[in-house]
Design a protein around this ligand. Structure first.
Ligand code: GDP
Ligand code: MG
Length: 442
């Protein structure tokens, strides 16, 4: 499995500090294989791996993760983003009824979904009505009626014995009925064909025009594999849709279809269907789907653990410094600066918090290249100098400046700032450890 292969790759990468082009290529090649195995469409795989490579090349090196783990983390984040992140809520009409149109191939799971959605909406306090606009198959209406009964949701269907009937007319009269009886949501079930078909698309488009839906949900069988892209594209062009529902996720499909469709159409997956029962239905979770596609839940868990452990260790160490139990060292100073670099993106937010204006100003004046300089200087010191900077006399300082490619003036300036930070940490220790971590480095 991908997990095994990546674990092996990680072992060979362990202990290296940087993301090299080689590391990235090795890991990206494994990811690429995994995506193809998960039935992600080839053009999507290509574009995706290119994006990941770029992101990995420009990524900051993590202290908590080895390079392989870091790339997987990037891959996962990218997947979750394409899959739509946190699934959005349904768009409800300002003035009810909200109209939801279901579209998709025959057997995709539309009628089953109508029941599931009906129950789900009802459980949330809505009053849904299901509308049987699939008049293609003889038993389609009956199937929806059975599903509706089980869900406890009424079904609008053409009068029996009225001939074949017109699905557009049924949809229109269903909506009028819903307005009349004040149903809050109308779910319109439509016909599908076994393959993409012009007549079917035209019918769905006509129903769409008759009811002006707030949501058009494209229902996609997750087992469809490589065909997902062409099918989704055909529905996007022929009917258009605002969201995707993936069905049959209880099967063993790895769910590559989700990625293909989300990437090609740019529409989010909103729900997942995971069985034939009415309750086998949930909001779509992009993070779960990402690890399913990559087939590496355990690796993601390991990555999370590694980061958590690292954060906890750092926090504990910093707490010991702040309370004065431990000496604040140059290494701590460097760590703090690196934390600040990460916080760079928080500048704006900090400015909006009361009392944080000063902090923001400091961040604004904070030069990121400074960190590289500080790092070079600290690394040019001997361990003894790092733990006890008091011994840094003139000749040591000029040796350090030479070794770090800086000037003595820069070394002096760093030592002044370090002393100031140390004083600040001591003050924070005296005030009971209250203060903003990272402030010392400013
Ligand atoms: P439609 O033609 O799009 O209306 O599809 P149906 O709702 O009739 O579903 C086709 C078949 O797939 C039926 O046998 C359903 O019971 C089954 N089905 C639908 N959704 C799921 C699902 O999430 N999991 C499984 N295992 N079966 C499903
Ligand atoms: Mg159906």
């Amino acid at each position: 499995s991908l997990s095994d292969r990546l674990t092996a790759t990680f072992r060979s990468l362990r202990g290296k500090g940087r993301l090299t082009e080689d590391d990235i290529n090795t890991t990206v090649a494994e990811i690429r294989r995994a995506l193809l195995e998960a039935d992600v469409a080839l053009p999507v795989v290509r574009e995706f791996t290119a994006a990941v490579r770029e992101r990995a090349l420009s990524a900051e090196v993590s202290a908590a993760l080895n390079p392989g783990q870091q790339i997987v983390k990037i891959v996962n984040a990218e997947l979750v983003e394409i899959l739509g992140g946190q699934a959005r809520d349904l768009h409800f009409a300002k003035r009810p009824p909200t109209v939801i149109l279901l579209a998709g191939l025959q057997g995709a799971g539309k009628t089953t979904l109508a029941g599931k959605l009906g129950k789900w909406l009802r459980d949330q306090g809505h009053t849904p009505l299901l509308v049987a606009s699939d008049l293609q198959r003889p038993n389609a209406v009956t199937q929806l009626q059975v599903v509706g009964e089980r869900a406890g949701v009424p079904v609008w269907a053409p009068e029996p014995g009225n001939g074949v009937g017109d699905p557009v007319e049924v949809a229109r009269s269903g909506l009028a009925h819903a307005r009349d009886k004040q149903y809050s949501v109308v779910v319109v079930d439509t016909a599908g064909r076994l393959g993409v078909d012009a007549e079917l698309m035209a019918q769905a488009a006509n129903i769409r025009d008759a009811v002006d839906p707030d949501e058009i949900l494209f229902v996609l069988d997750a087992m469809i594999g490589q065909d997902a892209v062409t099918t989704a594209q055909a529905f996007a062009d022929g009917v258009g849709f605002t969201g995707v529902v993936l069905s049959k996720l209880d099967g063993d499909a790895r769910g590559g279809a989700a990625l293909s469709v989300a990437k090609v159409t740019g529409q989010p997956v909103l729900f997942a269907s995971t069985g034939e029962k009415l309750t086998d239905f949930e909001r779509f979770h992009a993070d779960r789907m990402a690890s399913r596609i990559l087939d590496m839940g355990d690796i993601l868990t390991l990555i999370e653990q590694a980061e958590r452990t690292f954060d906890a260790e750092q926090a504990e160490r910093m707490a010991a410094k702040v309370t004065g139990e431990e000496d604040f060292t140059l290494q701590d100073f460097l760590d703090q600066m690196q934390q600040l670099k990460k916080m760079g993106s928080m500048k704006k937010m900090l400015g909006m918090l009361p009392g944080m204006g000063q902090m923001r100003e400091a961040l604004e004046n904070f030069d990121e290249r400074d960190i590289d300089r500080v790092e070079a200087i600290v690394h040019s010191m001997t361990p003894a100098e790092r733990t006890n900077p008091k011994i840094l006399n003139g000749s040591r300082r000029s040796r350090i400046a030479r070794g770090s490619g800086t000037t003595v003036a820069e070394v002096n300036s760093l030592m002044e700032r370090f002393d100031a930070a140390k004083t600040m940490m001591r003050q924070m220790a005296r005030s009971g450890g209250k203060g903003v971590p990272g402030m010392g480095a400013l």
